[in-house]
Ligand binder design. Sequence first.
Ligand code: 5CA
Ligand code: ZN
Length: 409
Amino acid sequence: MHAWPASDVPALPGKGRDLRIHDTATGGPVTVAPGPVARIYVCGITPYDATHLGHAATYNAFDLVQRVWLDTKRQIEYVQNVTDIDDPLLERAARDGEDWTGLAERETALFREDMTALRMLPPRHYIGAVEAIPGIVPLVERLCDSGAAYVLDGDVYFSVEADPHFGEVSGLDAETMRLLSAERGGDPERPGKKNPLDPMLWMAAREGEPSWDGGSLGRGRPGWHIECVAIALDHLGMGFDVQGGGSDLAFPHHEMGASHAQALTGEYPFAKAYVHAGMVGLDGAKMSKSKGNLVFVSTLRREGVDPAAIRLALLAHHYRADWEWTDQVLETAVARLERWRAAVSRPDGPSAASLVEEVREALSDDLDAPAALAAVDRWAALQGATGGTDEGAPGVVSRTVDALLGVAL
Ligand code: 5CA
Ligand code: ZN
């Protein structure tokens, strides 16, 4: 699949700092200091309803990871998938009497537009589940051959016991795993499974549903977790730097993905850090497609909201916090954008010499975007109050905000 165009990232003076980021698996900060090439996999959308503010907040977090790494002069291998075949997509298409491929294409196109408008840097590899199927089948076959997978009425399941590290990503107890598995696409109640948590790797073709050639597995379609594993192993290999997504992906998705990959390769770990963004809510509940309590980026854009203000609204919250989208959040961001634009529109201003370092320090410390915004606020306030004579300062501020926060002033 093609991704979307990259916005320019201005080069800043000096060099950025290595990123320290919270790792769900260890429960603490880890310094992600890869070699010259940093490798990141971020789970993409299931394209039946794109792009709500929750999605945008999660992709904003991983866009900041990219920007911190670019500032350290690293190259980045960034991979993102599109879950363009899965139960929720088929259910929505059936509900609306629409062809599922048309729905996926339309919503993926809208997602690209939203990402472009928000200045999110594109992945180098943007891969759909359907196009990954030829690579998924041999992995499932290998798991079957090694005894890490088994067949139940034609469907193939992964045996969580095959990975001695199973459970280490989320660190949850068995009962919580069981509850979350039922909530998030698993089928712990299905009789005949070796362990109720075992996730599906390959679903045998169902009447009236799309299916693909699965070699020795028979016709069918891939399970959710193996999709991301196949794409990540193909483009990044084992031991990549960051596996990213919203906190609702820690279990089962990232837990199962790590176990699939570790059982397949005998290597550990799948990813060096598992990074999870908080959930954005609306009216007291997590914004979710299934609940329907959504605010879409495209709706706001159509209403004339500047995408830079949307981005500032996202940046005003720490990526690990759960927070609520409200009109007030947007109003605050619109006002901040106006203040910042007015401050950089003057030919000179107070010195911005320390600002680049302050923003760098904030972001390298677990992506503390609110602290970065506070640093820019202080400069803008000083500009408003006293002005300054430093001729290059407004330009430095603009370039810093653009390069590190993705906001064009
Ligand atoms: N296609 C799978 C990942 S392989 C998927 O979870 N798709 S999704 O469309 O449901 O979500 C895309 C990303 O947005 C995921 O990282 C998910 O954790 C994140 N996300 C979904 N809802 C919210 C929310 N309310 N707040 C923050 N992030 C969210
Ligand atoms: Zn995924």
